[in-house]
Design a protein around this ligand. Structure first.
Ligand code: ADP
Ligand code: MG
Length: 279
């Protein structure tokens, strides 16, 4: 198969206006691919995305196409099982559509520094992990080579035009609200998540991965935000890298075996409890 693009996590193969996206067990953090693999990670990312593309189809069209198993050489089919999505090639909108229900990650850092979120006011006195009065749309630029950069809604409107910016915000918030309720019923708090959109045949579509532990933070419902081990998401990996003091300059360090096991279990558990898929 002809490689279209090797991303940090996904290998994408070119079939003209269709792309075969293969999620590997590679893991990236702070813009680097780590030397450790986490078994079954790619299967979780694929199966959860598929689930959410189905759930959100009434809110927004997406890139997922019906499988064409014949595209995959027979010798590869077993190895790639559960890891592939055939998708429509999109003209990507180079923006990360982040929605936050609670203060964590770079949203928490901005709030702590400036009392604001995406440069807009937020009530004072909130702590790490506290819920925002309303979910907030906090976009970032999507940069294939460098670091993604948080921008304001005003900057987004300048970048892609006010009409498209408004639509991305509205759709992102709608998906977030639907997912928030679903996650709560599954015993999780959806803290924040990131969507990507593109144009397919001139129409807006949800692309990439959706509501996975890589693109989202899932916390055990009711857990204390200060507890280290409350996440069922990639934050576990970032926290480890922070603890060992990695300076984010390549090469990144390997993950200890015990952490690999823990992250694997948590990804599988998120998939099972949120999507009802037991891998
Ligand atoms: N339907 C699509 N058409 C074109 N590009 C897509 C589509 N869906 C996802 N992508 C892009 O394919 C890449 C997926 O691989 P990934 O490993 O996640 O890359 P990255 O290292 O950029 O996160 C991302 O750059 C994503 O924006
Ligand atoms: Mg990605």
């Amino acid at each position: 198969m002809e490689l279209f693009r090797r991303g940090k996590v996904r290998d994408t193969f070119d079939f003209g206006d269709q792309l075969l996206m293969v999620s590997t067990d590679r893991v990236s953090a702070y813009d680097s691919v780590l030397p450790s693999l986490i078994p079954d990670r790619g299967r979780v990312l694929t199966q959860m995305s598929r689930y959410w593309f189905g759930k959100t189809r009434d809110l927004v069209p997406n890139h997922l196409l019906r499988d064409r198993p014949e595209l995959i050489p027979e010798a590869e089919r077993r190895r790639l099982r559960d890891r592939t999505m055939l998708v429509a090639r999109a003209e990507r909108i180079d923006v990360e559509c982040v929605v936050r229900g609670r203060l964590a990650g770079s949203g928490w850092q901005e709030y702590r520094r400036s009392g604001r979120l995406a440069e807009e006011p937020v009530p004072a006195g909130l702590g790490f992990g506290d819920p925002l009065p309303e979910p907030r749309f906090t976009p970032a630029t999507k940069n294939d080579w460098g670091h993604d950069e948080n921008i304001s809604r005003a900057q987004l409107a300048q970048l892609i035009g006010p009409e498209l910016a408004r639509r991305l915000e509205e759709i992102s918030l709608r998906i977030f609200r639907l997912a928030e309720v679903h996650c709560r019923e599954s015993g999780f708090t959806l803290v924040d998540t990131k969507f990507e959109f593109g144009l397919i045949g001139g129409g807006l579509a949800l692309i990439d991965e959706v509501l996975t532990p890589d693109s989202s933070r899932f916390w055990e419902l009711g857990a204390d935000p200060e507890e280290v081990a409350l996440g069922f998401d990639k934050q576990l990996v970032r926290d480890y890298l922070d603890r060992v003091g990695w300076n984010h300059e390549p090469p990144p360090p390997p993950l200890p075996e015990e952490l690999v096991r823990e992250v694997r279990q948590r990804y599988l558990e998120a998939c099972r409890r949120i999507c009802g898929i037991d891998l």
